[in-house]
Design a binder for this molecule. Structure first.
Ligand SMILES: [Zn+2]
Ligand SMILES: [Zn+2]
Length: 269
């Protein structure tokens, strides 16, 4: 097969994989939301449609460089991804996962802070913050410029830092799950992960929710290290208050619908 065609097919395949992974992960957590907090996404259908459209566009932006690199890994040895468990000491396996998460978090924090400067915010990051409140579908709802800043991270890391294929799969799984659950509108993780000694350093939905409420704080991705170090950590958000607000809104809507039906009946409709 000609090289250009093989690279193109790899890019397309990876785009499809990223897109389907997004639909499955966001779809599963959106379904969990319906079970756990019925009505939480009530009235958000137009927003959810936008979130899905932006996220699928992002899938191509993430998928193309990843697909090209996957081809280069298989055919040219471009990356430092290894498959032989014993190519490095066993202790390096978990260390490489942490290294990737720390590096990604570091990149994300500073890129995200830059995105909140007036120019980049207006041009790009406003797309992500148009989700108010975000849903499980907002995981990859980014303007293409923002998606590009995210799409270069893992390809850059696999060229620089050795990682076992299984460890890379774990990093990608963590990235996907945290991307979705951080926007889901409720906390799925046990309290020790977002309160107390350990929770004070980890980011879950409670922390990222506050970013979507207050904008100029809580910029991190996985860890609160940079936020705390730079004085941008404003603690964790309050889902109970948000849930009460949405429950009141749902009740008002139901009331309005009943009144509308009664008025329609009276008018002989
Ligand atoms: Zn967000
Ligand atoms: Zn932001």
């Amino acid at each position: 097969m000609p090289t250009a065609l093989a690279i193109l097919l790899s890019a397309l395949a990876m785009t499809a994989i990223v897109g389907v992974r997004y639909l499955i992960a966001s779809g599963a957590f959106a379904a969990a939301t319906r079970l756990r907090h019925p009505g939480l996404y009530l009235g958000l259908d137009p927003q959810i449609r936008r979130e899905i459209a932006w996220s699928l566009a992002s899938a191509a932006i993430y998928g193309v460089p990843a697909g090209i690199l996957a081809w280069g890994w298989q055919n040219r040895g471009w990356t430092r991804v290894y498959t032989d468990m014993h190519a490095f000491p066993l202790w390096y396996w978990p260390v490489s996962v942490l290294l990737y998460l720390f590096a990604h978090d570091c990149w994300f924090y500073w890129a995200h802070r830059w995105m909140h400067r007036p120019g980049p915010f207006r041009i790009a990051h406003a797309v992500h913050h148009a989700s108010r409140p975000p849903t499980a579908w907002a995981a990859m709802a980014f303007h293409p410029i923002e998606a590009l800043t995210g799409a270069v991270v893992i390809p850059l890391l696999v060229v620089l830092i050795p990682i076992h294929l299984g460890a890379l799969a774990l990093v990608l799984a963590i990235m996907t799950v945290m991307g979705v659950t951080n926007h889901m509108g409720w906390e799925i993780f046990p309290a020790f992960m977002w309160r107390g000694r350990l929770g004070g350093w980890l980011i879950t939905a409670s922390h990222h929710q506050r970013h979507h409420e207050q904008y100029g704080a809580n910029y991190g991705l996985y860890f609160r290290f940079w936020d705390r170090f730079c004085g941008t950590d404003r603690g964790i958000g309050d889902f109970a208050r948000e849930h009460q607000r949405r429950a009141r809104r749902a009740a008002t809507r139901r009331g309005a619908a009943r009144t509308g039906t009664a008025a329609g009946r009276d008018a002989g409709l």
